[in-house]
Design a binder for this molecule. Structure first.
Ligand code: F6R
Length: 611
């Protein structure tokens, strides 16, 4: 959550900081601040968006070629000017920006209070700033040593960057569970919570590992650990296209990303569905394919939208490969002492690759000796570094907080894995395998067709902008899609929404149905089609309003539903890639009509790096 940017070099720091914060605003957007050093440090911070910070800073002294910036998603203390980062220690020796949570802040604060410290903010970060200062002033030590010593007393998570007033020619950065990446330029360094604000300046980056401490000077980068040992450094080439951050004429990133899905799905299978359509090659899994093929069971861990993709993965892998699959919320899995061993295969799915609970689940699975695979969208992220093997989704950077194209890219990868394993296990052979691969090729063009219904979906949305609640139901592959449709609606429009397996209606939710309750039914033709037709009739008999997502040419549901959106015909295993698109558009248009902040919904942040 929160975004960090830092710069040290020969150039003015301010443009790097402010542009970096704009790139990072999707991570947190309740307040922001910067500190720039030109001999003496200046700190400017305020509640609100980056634009508010820019307005606030306008006309003030922003000279300096060393600086740090932060965009906040509040954990300790409400969003306001004082709680915004950077935080300055009592005597002004240290200025700090921090992502994460200091869990023992209360104990540390009391200890500091006994030593005469008082606090102006409600944040755990100010406690840390004062702790570093207290240690610094108590002994004849360098700032870097004070930071390292202070961090040994901290319980919790952090990605932080510190400026010391007396040592103005350096930034000190440290990481524990909250990502930090250093960009290496020519006589200049950048530091950020993810690579997006750095990519336009350099392709050379180092991802800090937990317990790393970096002392960054204009012409020198020293890497230590909390325990002083030098860590291994990996220089990586960034695989990020810098020109892709614009909205390209769309009103919102979310809409742009919805419309990008024909391309992002094709990018995800490009080079993997081999040209003559006879096979699937997943290089990242090559070395472990036999082990996966012979798996006793597969456990998939994820959060949020990625968890919905995991459910679709369960259906695909069980259907096509007959390997038992369990899907777990990473947050539950990590704390509930799951039965795990070296014979297990754990697949972690995460768009960002930095979700704290998912990474913790990965570590737990590795400790238990399981083979751990990742499905991830961000090159160099924690997930990609911590898993034994994996497959990247090539969705491109996703800026909209509500995940759309990452979801369909995850399903694309899961579908390829299921088809490949099904073939290796001789459950999908010859012609069938080729024809399914061929059909997968046609998905992007089918989505293009679906997207042409945008205006129709917008006009349907107009009838639902003032509802209080909405239900989403489906069976089989359509059930996780119903969950995802409900999540999309609630997170961006703030309308209460629930997703259910359609048959569960009778076990409770049907009591909610009356003439004010819209129900989105995902009723794609498959083996349980007749059952879902009955569910639609049951809803209509109670005067519920039905918006139906149906297969092309459907007549049965179409004749009873109030609104009908058709999706192009496809094999049911690919249907979720299509049926989710109208749900994304429906949520988007409802939220626009309600004048919600589409790309930055309240209380949310793109990457949940604290638990
Ligand atoms: C919803 C959404 C979130 C994320 C979840 C996991 O639209 O984006 O529910 O899916 O926070 O994030 P990742 O996939 O980055 O681990």
């Amino acid at each position: 959550m929160c975004g960090i940017i830092g710069y040290i070099g020969p150039n003015p720091a301010y443009p790097v900081l402010i542009n970096g914060l704009k790139r990072l605003e999707y991570r947190g957007y309740d307040s922001a601040g910067i500190s720039i050093l030109d001999g003496t440090p200046k700190v400017y911070k305020c509640m609100g968006k980056i634009q508010d910070l820019e307005d606030y800073v306008s006309g003030k002294d922003i000279t300096g070629s060393v600086g740090i910036g932060h965009t906040r998603w509040a954990t300790h203390g409400e969003p306001n000017d004082i709680n915004a980062h950077p935080h300055t220690s009592r005597d002004g020796h240290f200025i700090i920006i921090h992502n994460g949570i200091i869990e023992n802040w209360d104990l540390l604060k009391k200890e500091l209070e006994r030593n005469g410290y008082s606090f102006v903010s409600d944040t755990d970060t100010e406690v840390l700033a004062n702790l570093i200062e207290h240690i610094y002033l108590s002994g004849d030590i360098k700032a870097e040593a004070a930071v390292r010593l202070a961090l040994t007393k901290v319980v919790g998570t952090y990605g932080l960057v510190v400026i010391c007033r007396n040592e103005p020619d350096q930034l000190i950065a440290a990481r524990c569970s909250s990502p930090l990446v250093i960009g290496i330029g020519s006589s200049e360094y950048f530091i950020a919570s993810d690579a997006s604000p750095i990519a336009e300046y350099t392709k050379s980056v180092i991802y800090l590992n937990d317990n790393d401490v970096a002392i960054i000077k204009k012409d020198e980068l020293i890497l230590k650990t909390l325990q002083v040992d030098e860590p291994k450094i990996t220089l990586q080439n960034l695989n990020i296209e810098t020109g892709k951050y614009e909205k390209d004429g769309f009103d919102h990133y979310m809409l742009k990303e919805i419309f990008e899905q024909p391309r992002s799905i094709a990018d995800t299978f490009r080079g993997r569905l081999v040209p003559d359509q006879s096979d699937i090659k997943l290089g990242g899994l090559h070395s472990v394919l036999t082990q996966i093929q012979n798996a006793r069971r597969i456990i998939i861990v994820a959060c949020g939208t990625s968890w919905h993709a995991a459910l679709i993965g369960e259906y695909l892998i069980e259907d096509l490969c007959r390997i038992p699959v369990e899907v777990e919320y990473a947050s539950e899995f990590r704390y509930r002492d799951p039965v795990l061993g070296p014979e297990d295969i754990v697949v972690a799915i995460s768009q960002s690759g930095e979700t704290a609970d998912t990474l913790a689940a990965v570590r737990l699975a590795k400790e238990a000796g399981a083979l751990v695979l990742g499905i991830c969208n961000v090159t160099g992220s924690g997930l990609s570094r911590e898993t034994h093997a994996g497959v990247y989704t090539h969705a491109g950077i996703e800026i909209g907080v509500a995940s759309t194209k990452a979801f369909t890219a995850q399903i694309t990868v899961l579908t390829m894995i299921a088809l490949l394993l099904g073939n290796k296990r001789e459950l999908i052979t010859g012609d069938k395998y080729r024809s399914l691969i061929g059909e997968m090729h046609s998905i992007p063009s089918k989505i293009e067709v679906l997207l042409k219904q945008d205006a129709k979906i917008r006009s349907i949305a107009a009838g639902f902008k003032d509802v209080c609640s909405m239900l989403f139901i489906g069976r089989g592959y359509c059930f996780p899609v119903a969950l995802e449709g409900a999540l999309k609606l609630k997170e961006i429009s703030y309308i209460h929404a629930e997703g259910y397996p359609a048959a569960e209606m009778k076990h409770g939710p049907i009591a909610l149905i009356d003439n004010n309750m819209p129900v989105v039914v995902i009723g794609i033709r498959d083996k349980s089609y007749e059952k879902i037709v009955s569910n639609v009739q049951e809803i209509k008999a109670r005067k519920g309003i039905v918006i139906a997502i149906v297969s092309e040419g459907d007549e049965q549901i179409a004749s009873i539903a109030d609104h009908v959106i058709e999706i192009p015909s496809t094999n049911i295993i690919f249907s979720s890639l299509l049926s989710v698109i109208p749900l994304q558009l429906l949520s988007y248009h409802i939220a626009v009509l309600r004048e919600c902040n589409i790309d930055q919904p309240r209380n949310l942040a793109k990457s949940v790096t604290v638990e």
